[in-house]
Design a binder for this molecule. Structure first.
Ligand code: PMT
Length: 411
């Protein structure tokens, strides 16, 4: 029984998918977990508390002021006892409250009081899931270390189809088991990550840059930290907070990124270059703001090539495992294979940035992993954090596989 003796709080909110929480409860208890169900008031419109009470063998909690329940006033004790806190289904309303620290019922109060791993499995209409407010709340929660699962695509209760379905029960159970047994397979590793864009000045107020948000690189840093690595994160300008625990080195230009990367290379055992480095910089940036010469006058900038940091790291990396990224828009496999050879990396993470919903400034990514031993691994679209874990899985697999067998992907 994989969850024997584990104390799990199962939060259920008001969604048609609440029936799946019943099946999840059954699976968790079958694996030995002791589950306490906490329902929002709206959840009771979809599934009766008696069902959860019968299957869990424990009182179901919903009100902070329930005179029948001693646990209700002991929310701090329950929060402290829990090994994992799972909210499935999590509505857009619950995500918003959790992201903003609102505690207006038992479930949301408990979420603020708990210190155990928290996992949320959203379920809602596809249009709601895509809404900027929901996505911003999800991002806030993820930055704070909450695992927010990606909803699945398919038929929705509204009659429409799209992304918004609660993942199936086996997926939920696997995620709970993962949250309860945190991997420490990178303990002792020192991972150097570069992230975000670089900014190349034109004058004191203008610059050349690109659309990188830093989400991919920051996700790699977070994943490595969670798996026990020491992480140095060298990042170009971004609005993201550095993940807690990382040594954070903010930079602006490609030259600064190069300098910082070389400085931290010697102590790194794995280097992952997710940054989108500007290939060119202005040869002589102006010390003062360039004045407009009127609508008929153009401006010619003379550009020079920036150093290829990745190539230089490949030459100087010693025993470190080097991972590069490739952002392609056409003839993806051919350009990627050329880049793998030209850059001299051990593993190349290839994304087709012409695709909608992945790549630059997206929440998800879909990548192809090419390694120098001839192995190819094509991954489905997933959150950037999941892609980050898949890259780290591949690094470990390639490092531990004897050279002669490396060409066969292990997945
Ligand atoms: O930051 P996000 O919004 O989350 O977007 C993620 C991403 C699309 C930026 C990321 O997934 C990605 O593809 N990063 C690499 C972008 C890039 O610059 O690709 P490239 O094919 O131009 O460069 C190939 C590799 O060489 C990269 O590892 C890059 O860091 C490196 N490089 C490039 C130029 C240069 N002068 N020095 C370098 O080290």
């Amino acid at each position: 029984m994989t969850l024997s003796g584990k104390q799990i709080v199962l939060g259920v909110t008001g969604s048609i998918a609440a029936y799946k929480a019943v099946l999840l409860l059954r699976e968790l208890t079958a694996r030995g977990a002791e589950v306490t169900v906490v329902m929002s008031a709206n959840a009771e419109h979809f599934v009766g508390a008696l069902t959860f009470r019968t299957l869990s063998g424990r009182p179901v909690l919903s009100s902070l002021f329930d005179p029948q329940s001693e646990e209700a006033v002991e929310h701090v004790a329950l929060a402290e006892r829990a090994d994992a806190f799972v909210v499935a289904p999590a509505t857009a309303n619950l995500l918003a409250k959790a992201a903003h620290g609102i505690a207006d019922d038992f479930l949301t109060t408990l979420l603020l009081a708990t210190r155990c791993p928290v996992l949320m499995a959203p379920a809602m209409d596809g249009g709601m899931w895509d809404h900027a407010a929901v996505q911003a709340n999800v991002e806030t929660l993820r930055e704070r270390g909450v695992t927010v699962l990606e909803p699945e695509a398919g038929a929705l209760a509204s009659g429409l189809s799209g992304r918004g379905r609660l993942p199936e029960v086996p997926t939920l159970v696997e995620a709970v088991e993962r949250a309860l047994t945190p991997q420490r397979d990178l303990a002792g590793e020192r991972v150097l990550v570069t992230s975000g864009p670089t900014r190349e000045p034109i004058d004191p107020v203008r610059y050349l840059s690109n659309r990188s948000s830093g989400k991919m690189g920051h996700a790699v840093a977070s994943a490595a930290l969670r798996r026990g690595a020491e992480v140095v994160l060298i990042s170009g300008p971004t609005t993201l907070q550095p993940p807690p625990g990382a040594v954070y080195v903010p930079v602006q230009t490609a030259e600064e990124m190069r300098e910082a990367s070389l400085q931290h290379l010697a102590s790194a055992s794995v280097v992952i270059k997710a940054a989108a480095v500007a290939d060119y910089r202005v040869e002589r940036p102006s010390a003062t703001k360039i004045k407009s010469g009127g609508k008929d006058e153009g401006l010619t900038l003379s550009l020079v090539a920036n150093p290829d940091i990745l190539k230089e790291l490949a030459q100087r990396k010693g025993g470190a495992f080097l991972v590069g990224f490739a952002a392609e828009t056409n003839d993806v496999r051919k350009h990627a294979a050329d880049k793998l050879r030209a850059k001299g990396v051990d593993l190349l993470v290839v994304n087709d940035v012409s695709q909608q919903g992945i790549g630059f400034d997206a929440e998800d990514n879909q990548v192809l992993l090419l390694d120098r031993w001839g192995g190819t691994l094509e991954l489905p679209r997933m959150s950037k954090l999941e892609v980050a874990h898949a890259i780290l899985d591949r690094v470990l697999a390639l490092r531990s596989t004897p050279k002669t067998r490396r060409a066969q992907p292990s997945h």
